[in-house]
Write a protein that binds this ligand. Structure first.
Ligand SMILES: [Ca+2]
Length: 294
C-alpha cells in the first residue's frame, strides 16, 4: 500500500487543509481495444487498504476533504501504476467540483507523473458526468486546461447523469464511456439500442472514441461490436485487480480466421471525424467462444 498525502508545495489553495484521515489504494480494471487485441488502458478504482469498496471510501469524503481526497487519489494511483510497471494508459476519475483552479490543481498530478516517470500523455482523466455541476463553464475550462497540458479526457458514465449532451456540445473529449445502464442487455432492448446506436454514430461524426463500460455478456459485446465499438470494459473481459494489472484473454474475442470479413467499422483503421464509416458486414461475425455466455 502507498501512504497517502501529497507535496504541500505543489498543492493548490483548495488542498492546503489537513491530510486525509484514512488510507487509500487502488484496484485496476482494463479497458480493452478488441480491434487491436490489446489493453488500451487501466482505470484506477479507489479501494481501502484492506480491499474496502469504493463506496465505503467515498462515504468518508466530505465537503472539507474532497479537494485533498481528489489530489491524493491522483498521486497515489500514478505512483502505484508506475510501481506495477504499467505500460498502457492510465484512466483517473476526477471530481470537477473538487478542482479549485485547474492550472493549480493539476500541478501535483504533473509532479507525481514526473517523479514516477509516467508520461502525462498516457494519463486519461475521466470526468464524472453524474456529478451535478454548479458551473458548466468551469468544467469546460478544466477539460481544456488538461488537454493543453497533454492529458487525454473522457466523459464518464455518459447517458446516466446531468451534463451529457450539453457538455459534449461545449467540449469534445477524446473518449466517451457509455454508461453501463445503457449497455446492460442492450442486445435485448430496442429503446437502449436506439439510444446507444445514436451515441455511437454521433461520436463517430465528432471524432470521439466510444468505450462501452460494464459489459458482462457476449450478447452485449456482439451487439456493440457490430456497431463499430472497439473499446470495452467490464467483467466479461476482466474484473478489477486489487493493486494489480489483470490480463485479458483476447482469444475469446477474436473472430475465427476463416470468418474474417472485409474491414468493417469495427476493424478498419480509425475513421476521420465527420466521415461516415462504411456499412458493417451483414453477416454476424463469429467468435470462437460464443457459447461461453456471460
Ligand atoms: Ca470511471
Amino acid at each position: 500500500m502507498i501512504t497517502t498525502g501529497g507535496d504541500p508545495a505543489s498543492a493548490c489553495i483548495g488542498c492546503t487543509g489537513d491530510q486525509l484521515s484514512f488510507d487509500i489504494t487502488f484496484a485496476f480494471q482494463p479497458i480493452v481495444d478488441v480491434a487491436q487485441s490489446k489493453i488500451e488502458s487501466y482505470e484506477a478504482l479507489v479501494r481501502g487498504p484492506g480491499g474496502e469498496s469504493a463506496y465505503e471510501i467515498l462515504s468518508k469524503v466530505d465537503e472539507r476533504s474532497r479537494y485533498r481526497f481528489d489530489q491524493t487519489c491522483r498521486t497515489t494511483a500514478i505512483s502505484l501504476a508506475a510501481r506495477l510497471g504499467m505500460t498502457t494508459k492510465l484512466n483517473l476519475n476526477f471530481m470537477p467540483n473538487a478542482v479549485y483552479r485547474p492550472e493549480l490543481c493539476i500541478r501535483s498530478t504533473v509532479t507525481a507523473a514526473r517523479s514516477a516517470n509516467f508520461p502525462v500523455e498516457r494519463i486519461v482523466f475521466e470526468f464524472l458526468e453524474t456529478e451535478r455541476i454548479a458551473d458548466p463553464h468551469h468544467v469546460r475550462n478544466i477539460l481544456a486546461e488538461y488537454r493543453r497540458l497533454g492529458f487525454a479526457t473522457a466523459i464518464d458514465d455518459f447517458g446516466a447523469g446531468y451534463a451529457g449532451l450539453g457538455l459534449l456540445a461545449d467540449f469534445q473529449p477524446d473518449l466517451i464511456k457509455i454508461d453501463m445502464k445503457l449497455v446492460r442487455d442492450v442486445d435485448h432492448n430496442r429503446v437502449q439500442q436506439a439510444i446507444v446506436g445514436a451515441i455511437v454514430i454521433m461520436c463517430r461524426q465528432l471524432g470521439v472514441r466510444v468505450v462501452a463500460e460494464g459489459v458482462e455478456s457476449f450478447g452485449e459485446y456482439h451487439w456493440l461490436r457490430e456497431r463499430g465499438v472497439e473499446l470495452f470494459q467490464g467483467y466479461l473481459f476482466a474484473r478489477p485487480g486489487f493493486e494489480s494489472l489483470p490480463a485479458v484473454d483476447f482469444k475469446r474475442f477474436q473472430k475465427a480466421p476463416a470468418q474474417e470479413p472485409e474491414p468493417t467499422p469495427a476493424t478498419a483503421p480509425r475513421r476521420e471525424a465527420g466521415r461516415r464509416a462504411p456499412q458493417p458486414h451483414r453477416a454476424r461475425p463469429r467468435y470462437p467462444t460464443d457459447a461461453d455466455g456471460g
